[in-house]
Design a protein around this ligand. Sequence first.
Ligand code: NAD
Ligand code: IPM
Ligand code: MN
Length: 358
Amino acid sequence: MTHRIAVIPGDGIGNEVMPEGLRALEAAASRFGIDLALEHFDFACCDYYEKHGQMMPDDWFDQLKDFDAIFYGAVGWPATVPDHVSLWGSLLQFRRQFDQYINLRPCKLLPGIKSPLADRKPGDIDFYVVRENTEGEYSSVGGKMFEGTEREVVIQETVMTRYGTDRVLKYAFDLAASRPRKKLTSATKSNGIAITMPWWDERVVAMSGHYPEVSVDKFHIDILTANFVMHPDWFDVVVASNLFGDILSDLGPACTGTIGVAPSANINPEGRFPSLFEPVHGSAPDIAGKGIANPIGQIWSGAMMLEHLGHKEAADAIVEAFESVLSEGDTALMTQDVRGTGTTESLGRAIARRIATC
Ligand code: NAD
Ligand code: IPM
Ligand code: MN
């Protein structure tokens, strides 16, 4: 069976980490006899937008809807296109229109990488952020009034639905129930945000009734960020609204030494639409063009994609390969964010070689 994959490298370092993501995928595909048909799309600020004044063609949905998955780099080039225009013109459309309501973001301290937190070692940080990915604070409900005057007003509503909240909570509880520690933490802010957040807490309590084996706790988002830094070992599965999940899924990887290694899966669990796999990081204009971006976030996202497509063994081989290359710690191969002197390509090639042989 052939898996059709839409490949969208995007902007900036998206174009540098994507070739390494594909190199790893191809190494795994050839070792495990997986048939991948890749098709490339130029939906980016510095590409399609430059030519057409919009991020994607009007029929993007029909062009992409029958793919088995989307492999995505990062989009954004604020020097020429405002970020809300580029992101609402692409990535956020995929999440919404393809109903990718789960954003699954593993956060793991990898061997050979030093945590900025004192004395933390692999095993101390190993949890998932499950981020609600289609509603919440990322809403298009709102508007501006009296623009340009002293009476200017801007409003943007948070939209939470019972359907949308319960389905992400169910996914998070199922994930927690499947893990040895069986622990779920809910991110909330029910002291200050007094309508949506106490309601979110109620939905967590209601869902927990179906999972007596899962222990549940909750923290207000402010102290939760502090606890990520002070006690990252407390966490197993952390479920959060769209914005809180966004923030936690940069902070978590920062605690593991670099956001460059963090992957994500934007999943439509029912498989009605393609799911999308991308690193957590963005297009990093500050280092774009230098060939020094860490490719592991992209490579690990490729592993998550293979697992989603039913190839767990191949996915595990990719993770094993980058963990073994990292643990050897050859600084000539490593990128600068993990204290190396190598390049995106040197690290990517070393990992692909290891996938082929380990
Ligand atoms: P960013 O993630 O691009 O960069 C933040 C910092 O982390 C930068 O200093 C960067 O050099 C570093 N960094 C990021 N990835 C790295 C890697 N693989 N290796 C080493 N260092 C890495 O976030 P930002 O600066 O807030 O955003 C830049 C652009 O990317 C904006 O246009 C933003 O909207 C966009 N963005 C896109 C996505 C996406 O497409 N999924 C995600 C986040 C940000
Ligand atoms: C992410 C990114 C996006 C988000 C941006 C680029 C819109 O930060 O995937 O985490 O906020 O979801
Ligand atoms: Mn983010």
